[in-house]
Design a protein around this ligand. Sequence first.
Ligand code: FEO
Length: 407
Amino acid sequence: MKKLKIADGIHMLTMNVEDILFEGIWEIANGVTLNSYIVQGEKTAIIDGVIGWDGVPETLYDSLEEMGVDPQSIDYLIVNHMEPDHSGWISNFRKVKNYFTIICTDKAAKMVSSFYGEDRIRVVKEGDTLDLGKGRVLSFHPVPNVHWPDTMYTYENATGTLFSCDMFGAFGRMGDHCFDDELTPEEKEFFETEGIRYYSNVMATFTPSLRKAIEKAKSLDIKTIAPGHGPVYRKNPQKIIDDYSRYSLYADGSGKNEVTILWGSMYGMTAKAVEFVEGVLQREGVRYSKMHMPLESESEMAATVFRSAGIIIAAPTYEYKLFPPVAAALNELGRKKITGKAAFRFGSYGWSGGAEKELHEIIERNGMKWDFAASVEFEGAPKEDDLKKIEAGVLELLEKMKGKILE
Ligand code: FEO
């Protein structure tokens, strides 16, 4: 666990968490940080806790003491968001400190009670404040559905620090550099990639609410953004606000100037056409990624599709339907409300078709509104004529992408 000073009387504790499935689902190959913040006036508040994933709080207590903060002196636990990656330490904290007040929204209060049995809670609404003394005044600003309905921002007035919890966060472990002005170009690129992964995996479903949260952030005089995951933005907080605005547009069909080939093949017939398509994309100078399902993780698949302006679905018919690993991936993208992508599908069939019907059922059922070039299906191996049609489909896809590019 690392300890960093944000400003006089404001400290950050951060730890890397590895080898977990985030939310029990998402394989996060590059880990994630959990960030917690201590604000000291005459009284002391801790905003979102951090704890070892094993539930052992000693590291936190040791770190607090090294910072000169006696855990016994903490009067307020500010729960910006009840999801246990931020709140899972409360019951352990209760073992060492009997009297404290939890500050949270009404929706969080219900869950704080049902998850942890806590009832010493002050419920706050938009604009409510907490004066810690010595000029440290915190105000609270609910941002519902970022990413649960209970979430709020906490804002420290004197320093203009926004404690944004999940909002403006990113996956990815942090090394020695935790502030935006310290990051190397490689680290900036890493957190762009991990920010997109985080948004697509965790936040995309809630894009309309995130847009409202972006507007709320703009209404505050922000000098520093201190999120619950990922780097702190103290030099240029506008950058992560702009990034999140762009990611919200990726959820509506915009994307980087690249294509994702979301594919699977039973006996190599569809794979032959994938190989051909790679040649077309290379000839056209288009960046592309291949997501071979079911071998890729859902996390990587969702992130790669999310950031791409164009999607090629290459999948055969399997038992009268779409090849199941690709169907499952599309259903997940639908659940995440990733809409409006330019798309093109081709695939092989043997003794029966049916993939195309299920593809459109998935797209319709999830309200995805993907803009498809005409699909190409072929019996067995792709023939010369099939490949010509596939090439035409790829070129049509590239045309459709042109109005959607946003780097
Ligand atoms: Fe970082 Fe929604 O929890």
